[in-house]
Design a protein around this ligand. Sequence first.
Ligand code: KIV
Ligand code: NA
Length: 265
Amino acid sequence: KRSLTLRDLQEMRGRDEPIAGLTAYDATQARLVDESGADFVLVGDSLGMVVLGHDTTIPVTLEDMIHHTRAVSRGVGHALLMADMPFMSYTGVDQAVHTAARLMQEGGARMVKLEGDAQQVDVVRALAGHGIPVCAHLGLRPQSVHKLGGYRVQGRGEAAAERMLSDALALQGAGADLLLLECVPAPLAGRIRAQSDIPVIGIGAGSDCDGQVLVYHDILGISPHSPRFSRNFLAGAGSIQAALAAYVAAVKGRQFPAAEHAFSA
Ligand code: KIV
Ligand code: NA
């Protein structure tokens, strides 16, 4: 099977076929996620928490991301490989381009993800201008946890919702190829999806998205505290492989996320 490309994800959006993604941090996890039929694998900076044991993603370095992305790239065959740009690795256009180049050249990533609002428009435009596929992560941005005052739902209330919608459109206008919405009220995610024309991937953003992503450890129920928007797919599955396949099937079949995994406006 050839590897999926950004174009495949765009076509999936076009034909309303849900996109299923999962995180992975090492070659074995990547191989299992890839074999489960997931469409993309994200080397998330969540690795700072689930792999390295930090309390937040803030201590994660670019060297950490490259090291794990390279390992994951050895296990991925079919899925599109995306890697997070870590905290403070994209404070300006030059640094961002250099960071993305290293994740691609040394790590083997085919897309990079950054956390940002309209503030990141120049960075996204520069990456796009250099032919680097970009996913813009909006809503709950864990690298800003101390500014946000905790891991909380974002975009509640009309003013905040309008702001996120206009940020999303600005990032799309700057050349973002995907939008990722974390912990966003389901109706707002639906509005962003309706107004944008690039795939919208949700995590805690309800079912009205073009795709879903979850953290590997969360869906196996082995994180210290799994978020409410995730589900334990290992319970009853019998094996990690069956759990990963059950997740992909639930996303593709629109059984996940259910109402209990979504947030209201
Ligand atoms: O780091 C990560 O795992 C992520 C996902 C939660 C989207 O950014
Ligand atoms: Na992340």
